[in-house]
Design a protein around this ligand. Structure first.
Ligand SMILES: Cc1ncc(COP(=O)(O)O)c(C=O)c1O
Length: 481
């Protein structure tokens, strides 16, 4: 057996070299995966030997086997779904998080992990413009942030009606009604499922043309429905258009009916970091709970989301647990009092590092650059012959559609053409986009979240669309104004 330190050195140095190669190559390598599932299975499904393999060999072979099966989503020309990259300090802190291998469950299990979360919780509330008294949790993503916030909501609304949901569960509990726009993100509905609240309890209201919830529809639904414990879901950033609900209007209406207002701000809450976009969030601090992500726009590595709850007592009542073997420490924050997990990764370190690397101005620039690139991509691609803008970005999300230029082309022809052009771009390896349906028509989503996206990336992508749409090569009406 090798001496312990040298064993670590060989495998970590191999990983370090592999990591640098990967990061440096992101700009040149195809963005989409290049190998199929069969190839990956053949490579990775090695014989699991009786005797183990040297650590550095494991790492070298792992990196070789996954080559071509990784998607360059942390590079500058990835615009599908809502996926950010990793800032250098956040990535390095994430490596250390694995190295330190702390269980961020209790202060006693890792005082540093507990205190760093305390610090980032306060920083995040300030940056996002949320009440300083709100409690928070660092969870795996916005999905679990919804589950955390809505568990607190369920607790509070049931307690108001004398129902101890922690003891009695939901069987026989007063029914909860839930109101959301028909454009809410699916993670909201999944969070409800986890909490024993089925889809049939949700009243979906038709969103307005930009994807925001109309105030009159919400008022009507609240007035007409039964007087029941109610959740209202609002959105800071609709997934297709980036639309923001009008918090100033909608939260006071919800309040009049005693509803708990939860905000899905997976990416949109970050608008608060920029003086240019903060106005979109006016009134958002009046809500009861908020969910957002670190692994999207803050560019920390997966996985990291944040839940914030105004009613800290309800939040704590849902999550905390006491057992004789646990060690609780007075006057410090035990993470398991706020988190749905028991043992958990020390997620605070990468967030701490990302915020310190960027500083306030750096975070504002990150947000503003992504918004500028999103607008540029949407308007310039949409301005090409054979394309049209469906939604200009309010923030960092927008929609473009590609047109079948034959005479009498129908919507289904444009839908097919849209899919065809997206597929051609992905197959080129130059950039990665995804499709969606908006108001019954197919469109290409343009989602910009990564700190690495540059003006050169945008130019390169617009040129490529120009070539895909007009292979003869002369049409440059989407070229830079
Ligand atoms: C608006 C919105 N809400 C929630 C989610 C779910 O977030 P996560 O994947 O971090 O759980 C997403 C993911 O893209 C989203 O865009």
């Amino acid at each position: 057996m090798d001496k312990l330190p040298s064993m670590f050195r060989a495998s970590l140095e191999t990983a370090f070299d592999q990591a640098l190669d990967y990061l440096d190559g992101l700009n040149e390598k195809p963005v989409a995966a290049r190998v199929d599932a069969a190839t990956l299975r053949e490579r990775l499904n090695r014989v699991l030997t009786e005797e183990g393999v040297r650590p550095e060999q494991v790492i070298r072979e792992l990196a070789a086997d996954v080559d071509g099966g990784l998607v360059g989503s942390s590079g500058g020309r990835f615009f599908a779904w809502v996926i950010g990259g990793s800032l250098p300090a956040a990535l390095a802190a994430d490596w250390l998080t694995s190295t330190w291998d702390q269980n961020a469950v209790l202060y006693a299990a890792s005082p540093a992990a507990a205190v760093v979360e305390e610090v980032v919780g306060a920083w995040l509330k300030e940056i996002l413009g949320l009440p300083s008294a709100a409690s928070f949790a660092l969870v795996s993503g916005c999905q679990m942030a919804h589950a955390t916030c809505l568990a607190a909501a369920r607790q509070a609304l049931m307690a108001e009606r004398g129902w101890d949901v922690e003891k009695r569960g939901m069987c026989g509990a007063p029914p909860i009604r839930i109101i959301s726009s028909d454009q809410s993100h699916g993670s909201f509905e999944r969070a409800l499922r986890f909490l024993g609240l089925g889809q049939s309890h949700v009243q979906y209201l038709r969103a307005g043309p930009q994807g925001a919830l109309p105030a009159d529809a919400l008022e009507r639904a609240l007035a007409e429905g039964p007087r029941a414990p109610t959740f209202v879901l609002l959105q800071a950033g609709e997934i297709n258009t980036g639309a923001f609900d009008s918090f100033q209007e909608l939260i006071p209406i919800s309040r009049r009916y005693g509803a708990w207002v939860h905000v899905d701000g997976a990416f949109g809450l970050w608008a608060a970091a920029s003086g240019q976009y903060r106005h979109l969030l006016e009134g958002v601090a009046m809500a009861d709970s908020w969910a957002t992500d670190g692994h999207k726009w803050l560019n920390v590595p997966f996985d990291c989301g944040y839940a914030f709850v105004l009613n800290a007592a309800a939040h704590r009542a849902v999550m905390s647990y006491r057992a004789p073997y646990l060690t609780h420490t007075a006057e410090v924050r035990d993470e398991m009092d706020w988190n749905p997990e028991w043992s958990r990764r020390a997620r605070g370190f990468p967030t701490y590092a990302a915020l310190r690397q960027l500083g306030r101005a750096g975070l504002a620039s990150l947000v503003e650059n992504c918004c500028r690139h999103a607008r540029s991509l949407v308007t310039r691609i949409g301005g090409l012959r054979g394309a049209e803008v469906v939604r200009e970005p309010t923030l960092n999300q927008g929609l473009v559609r590609f047109l079948d230029l034959k005479r009498n082309a129908a919507e289904k022809d444009h839908d097919r053409r849209t899919e065809e052009v997206i597929a051609a771009m992905v197959a080129s390896g130059e950039a990665f986009f995804g499709g969606t349906s908006w108001r019954g028509r197919r469109a290409m989503r343009v989602s910009v979240c990564c700190w690495r996206t540059s003006d050169e990336d945008v130019d390169r992508v617009v040129d490529l669309f120009s070539q895909i749409l007009n292979p003869a090569g002369s049409v440059r009406d989407g070229a830079r104004p």
